[in-house]
Write a protein that binds this ligand. Structure first.
Ligand SMILES: Cc1ncc(COP(=O)(O)O)c(C=O)c1O
Length: 328
């Protein structure tokens, strides 16, 4: 079967492509939106599904947006000044993003993270010159939050703590960039926005912007269905420290997803759509499909926070190999 012309032709010629920019920080955002054409069983033909590929950010994830915004905000308020170190707790992607922004601007970065985050994450953080401080893996991201608070309390003048869980600049980054990009990329046709919840910054800020453009837009969050899960970056809210920027009443729907189903969806996205994605993407896409199946018409946009090559040393990859072996 010949692939459809529309799939193979490129939307821009090399002459129209991006221009040179003065800093890596200027290529944060403006990520591609790609239509999901094959992996959509049970979704009526009148419903279109699109994935926003945040792995295209220079630090490799959606977290470049809030990291940059929080640092810009800290500089503007005079809270981050020469001589200070950027400190935060992070399950990984925010740490990488802060490490990248800190390196680009010349500020040292220290990151508190559970010691069981993936090897790649630790290596990337180190490659950007940041210092990692490890918390108890059994306490998850909440353990990292508590240890970070303790370090700050012991030496408050030494640090600038962006505090992604409580900093309005986190969701503001999405209100100012992710939301407008999705609105423009769908020509204002988006009817549903679906994203996983970690800090809640993505779903809150993007959702707020889209609802301001069209109050009928439905905002849907995906979360792990129970407290013990393998969906790095996502939080099970009922059993977690609830982030200050997260306001559940602003959501239209929250969908619980199992780790196993999310992993299996990641494997399918690789094989059937040619998209190598991270585990939270599988969770978000399961929720998006669940919503899309209930519609007759609509444009569902799901945010994919990062790419799968960030997880090659984790259980996600073990499962990929098993799927591959079973097919041979
Ligand atoms: C892989 C991954 N997915 C999803 C999220 C959730 O994004 P947010 O913190 O904006 O809710 C994060 C946040 O760290 C993440 O790292």
């Amino acid at each position: 079967m010949q692939p459809a012309r529309a799939i193979l032709s490129r939307p821009t010629s090399p002459a129209e492509g991006p221009r040179a920019v003065p800093s890596v920080l200027q290529i944060v955002g403006n990520t591609p939106l790609v239509e999901m054409r094959k992996l959509r069983e049970g979704v009526p033909p009148g419903v279109r599904l699109f994935g926003k590929l945040e792995g295209f950010n220079p630090g490799g994830s959606v977290k470049d947006r809030p990291a940059l915004k929080m640092i810009e905000d800290g500089l503007a308020r005079g809270l981050l000044v020469p001589g200070k170190t950027i400190l935060d707790s992070t399950s990984g992607n925010t740490g990488i993003a802060l490490a990248m922004v800190g390196a680009a601007l010349g500020y040292p970065v220290e990151l508190v993270m559970p010691s069981n985050v993936s090897k790649e994450r630790k290596q990337v953080v180190a490659a950007f010159g940041a210092k990692a401080i490890y918390s108890d893996p059994l306490e998850g991201s909440d353990g990292a939050i508590r240890l970070c608070r303790k370090i700050l309390a012991e030496n408050p003048d030494r640090y600038f703590k962006p505090d992604q869980y409580n900093n309005p600049a986190n969701s503001l980054a999405h209100y100012e960039t992710t939301g407008p990009e999705i609105w423009r990329q769908t020509d204002g046709r988006v009817t549903h926005f679906v994203a996983g919840i970690g800090t809640g910054g993505t779903v809150m800020g993007t959702g707020r912007y889209l609802k301001e453009q069209n109050p009928a837009v439905q905002v849907v969050a995906a979360e792990p269905e129970d407290a013990f899960h393998g969906l790095e970056g996502l939080k099970h809210m009922a059993s977690s420290i609830v982030p200050g920027i997260y306001h559940e009443q602003e959501l239209d729907l929250k969908i619980g997803v199992s780790t196993e189903e999310a992993y299996n969806m990641v494997y399918r996205l690789g094989r059937e759509e040619g998209l190598l994605l991270g585990q939270s993407c599988g969770a978000a896409y399961l929720a998006a499909l669940q919503v899309a199946r209930t519609l007759r018409q609509g444009t569902v946009v799901v945010l994919f926070p990062d790419f799968g090559d960030r997880y090659l040393s984790t259980n996600l990859w073990v499962g990929w190999q098993k799927v591959g072996e079973a097919r041979r």
